[in-house]
Design a protein around this ligand. Sequence first.
Ligand code: NAD
Length: 354
Amino acid sequence: MQTLLVTGGAGFIGGNFVHHILERADVRVVNLDRLTYAGNLDTLASLASDPRHVFVQGDIADAELVGRLLREYEVDAVVNFAAESHVDRSIDGPAEFIQTNVVGTFNLLDRARDYWSGLGPAARAAFRFLHVSTDEVYGSLGPSGLFTETTPYAPNSPYSASKAASDHLVRAWFHTYGLPVLTTNCSNNYGPYQFPEKLIPLMILKAQAGEPLPIYGDGGNVRDWLFVLDHCRAIARVLDAGTPGEVYNVGGNSERTNLQVVDTLCALLDERLPDSPHRPHSRLKTFVADRPGHDRRYAIDASKLKRELGWEPTETFESGMRRTVDWYLDNPEWCRRVMDGSYRGERLGSGMGG
Ligand code: NAD
C-alpha cells in the first residue's frame, strides 16, 4: 500500500486527482486541505465510506500538523496541490497568496525533509515530493513560440509570482538537501468540480441562467487548455516514473482564445438545451474591461513528458469540453450548492476570470 499526502485535495484539480489515484487498489490518500472558499467536501462525498481516504482539515503552513501526518501515516509521497489559485483574487489581496503558496510550500518542504532524512535507506530512496505548478510562471508569449522547461521565469501577477517562488524553493530543496522532488508546470485546466469563478464553469452556469457572459478585453487572450483528468494522469505518471530534481511541462496542444472557448461552450449548450429560452447562447456575450497585467498568450511544449514518460492526453479540446458541459448540466446539485454558498454554509459573491 502506497500512502500519499495530498494537499489541496478538496479543490478542483486535487479533488479530481484523489478520485483518479484511488482507482488504484494499493493507494491510500491522506488529504490535507484548509477548506478555503475553494475547498469543497461535496467533491469528495462519494469517498465518504472508503477507508483508503482520510480527510484532515488543516493548513499546509502548520509545521506541527504536517510533521505529525507524515510520521503517523508513514507517508511515501507528498503531492502538493494546495494553493491560492485565482489570478483576480491575487490582484485584490496578494497576502494570502504569499502565505499559502510561498510560506506553506516552504513548510511542507521542510517538514518533508525532516521526515525523509529519518527514513531507512529503501524508504528514503522511494520517497517523492511532487509540486504541482503552473505555466503562468513563464510569463506571457508573443504570437508564436512555446514554453519549455528551460524558459526563464517571468511571472507577471501576484499569483504567478507566488507560484514561481514556490517552484524555486522546491528546486533548492533538491539541490541543497537532496530531497527527491518533482515539479510539474501545467497549462489551464478545465473539467468537473471546478469552482465557478474560473472561465469555463462560470460561462456554463451564467449561460444556463441567461446572464451576460463577461469576456475580458477583446477576448483574444490565448490559453492552452487541458482536460483535468489528463493533468491528473500526467501527475500520476511523473510520480511513478519521473526523475527526481526534474521539471515536466504538461499541456494539451489546445490553444484557444477566450472568445473561441466561449463560442464552443455556447454551441454545446445550444445543442444540449434545445428548449432553452436563451438560445442562441452566444448572444449573451459581453465584453468587459481587461484584467490588469493580463498575459496575452500561454502555450506549453509538453514533448519532454511525452518522450521520456510516454504521457499523451486522451481528450481533445472538443471531446473534453463536451464532457465538461455534460458534467455541469448533469450535476445541478453540486453547482447549486456552490452557487448559493451552502457547500460551506455561507453566500459567495460572483467572481470571474480564470
Ligand atoms: P483550487 O483553488 O481549486 O484548490 C486549491 C485547494 O487548496 C482548495 O481546496 C483549498 O481549500 C486548498 N488550500 C488553500 N490554501 C490552503 C492551505 N494553506 N492549506 C491547505 N489547503 C489549502 O485550485 P486548483 O485549480 O485545483 O489548483 C491546484 C494546483 O494546481 C495549484 O497549485 C495551482 O497553482 C495549480 N495549477 C492550476 C491550474 C488550473 O488551471 N486550475 C493549472 C496549472 C496549475
